[in-house]
Design a protein around this ligand. Structure first.
Ligand code: HAM
Length: 427
């Protein structure tokens, strides 16, 4: 008895097929255009990084580091991980390439795959693509607003709407510890009513209790002390200026004092952008980001303020597919089909196709087929306007047949005039 093996992509990971690339490319084009306008430089860091970068950068007690990293030991004994996000690698690259010596801020963007061992569900994959923008080296609140506006504009360009920007400030290393203390004692007083995860979080990372999705925790969180009441003067001023800039831009935002984000490197501003339809809400945030003034120092660099964000490509693709289902079908129609008959013509066809390529004339071909009937059937199927037919006789005589696929009329063209004739026909 033979059992058939049926290999599949690993759980939570997907092949990206041609019909998906239409949407991926649309997003990449919008990202590139905005990156060019605002003079962000492209960067692509390795898929694998030293795991320590994320442990120090994102924080040991975060879900990403605690549960979601694909970590392994190399034969040489290094502990590497598939990158779960792009900001810590950017900070590593900033230090490694002494970017502090460049004119500041250094503005970088990226578009690539990331990996998190999460429970696969709608909008949550184990391999997913992000595009990110990072402005490193300056602390002005106007830069926080500019980053938010960049992501908002990309979504607008892609006609993703209505969206809302959720924004909060989580303070800095001076004011947050005090807020954490106040929050912790409040949560301890309500400990019995919290979920098991949150009971654990009280000690390790009390801020994360604020964005727990469990209903019973949300009831407790609704009455919790508000972080905005505990900001120091500097954080308060910074946040006020970010909001004023957003108002100037007429960007719709919602204050969300429960928004804390799942990565420990954030200071001051944090934000997420959500599409407000039922599907959008189910998918989760399309974009997330914030300021991270302490990250570069925590990885061994100089004190360097920075702000950035990243958008989830699959989530945006899911919305684009719903909104523009026809995009996937819109490939470029070939005008010309090349059919060949006999071994001599087949070989000659290879050479002629190269000539078409160099002349930038798109041609559809099917070199693996021998039957002329089958080839012409395919020409009709792909809606070609003309078919070129090359047989043994034509090769010997130096001609080729041009067939109008609509009318069925045919003309014989000398090979040396072929390119000129075709260029005239497809003009
Ligand atoms: P993040 O919020 O973890 O932030 O991810 C950013 C976006 O990536 C999310 O809003 C979501 O659209 C998408 N995303 C995250 N996880 C998944 C998943 N498992 N499946 C599908 N999409 C996902 C960061 O990664 C930060 N590095 C953003 C940042 C840049 N902060 C400052 N600079």
């Amino acid at each position: 008895m033979s059992s058939k093996i049926k290999f599949q992509t690993p759980s939570g990971m997907h092949d990206i097929l041609e019909e998906d690339f239409v949407y991926f490319d649309k997003i990449l084009d919008a990202v590139k255009e905005i990156a060019n306008f605002y003079h962000f430089q492209r960067i692509e860091t390795p898929i694998l990084e030293n795991a320590e970068i994320f442990i120090r950068g994102i924080g040991l007690n975060t879900d990403v580091v605690e549960k979601e990293m694909f970590v392994f030991k190399t034969k040489g004994g290094d502990v590497l991980t598939l990158r779960p996000e792009g900001t810590a690698p950017i900070a590593r690259a900033f230090i490694q390439h002494s970017m502090q010596n460049l004119p500041q801020p250094v503005k970088l963007w990226y578009f690539g795959p990331f990996f998190r061992y999460e429970r696969p569900q709608l909008g949550r994959h184990r391999q997913f693509w992000q595009f990110g923008f990072e402005t490193v080296g300056e602390k002005d609140p106007i830069l926080d607003a500019q980053i938010i506006q960049i992501f908002y504009s990309i979504l607008q360009e892609l006609k993703i709407s209505p969206v809302v920007v959720k924004i909060n400030s989580i303070g800095d290393r001076f004011c947050r510890p005090y807020y954490k203390k106040v929050l912790k004692s409040y949560l301890i007083s309500k400990k019995e009513s919290l979920c098991a995860d949150c009971r654990r979080r009280i000690v390790q990372n009390p801020l994360r209790v604020l964005d727990c999705k469990e209903e019973k925790c949300q009831r407790i969180v609704a009455e919790a002390p508000n972080i905005l009441d505990y900001l120091c003067e500097e954080c308060k001023k910074h946040f006020k200026e970010v909001l004023e800039a957003l108002e100037e831009l007429k960007l719709p935002y919602q204050l969300d004092s429960k928004l804390v984000r799942g990565l420990d490197y954030y200071t001051k501003t944090v934000f997420e952008i959500v599409e407000e339809s039922e599907k959008g809400k189910a998918l989760g945030a399309l974009v997330g980001g914030g300021r991270y003034d302490g990250l570069i120092k925590s990885l061994g660099g100089k004190e360097t303020p920075a702000v950035g964000g990243a958008g989830g490509v699959e989530r945006i693709v899911a919305l684009l597919k719903d909104k523009f289902p026809h995009l996937a079908k819109k490939g470029k129609k070939p005008i010309l089909f090349f059919a060949q008959l006999g071994p001599l013509a087949k070989k000659k066809a290879l050479v002629l196709l190269e000539t078409f390529r160099k002349e930038k004339i798109p041609v559809f071909e099917s070199l693996g087929k021998d039957s002329l009937k089958a080839q012409l059937r395919l020409a009709s199927k792909v809606n070609a306007k003309y078919a070129l037919i090359l047989g043994q006789k034509e090769v010997i005589e130096g001609n080729i047949i041009l067939r109008d696929m609509m009318t069925g009329t045919q003309e014989i063209i000398p090979l040396e005039k072929l390119i000129k004739v075709i260029k005239n026909k497809i003009k």
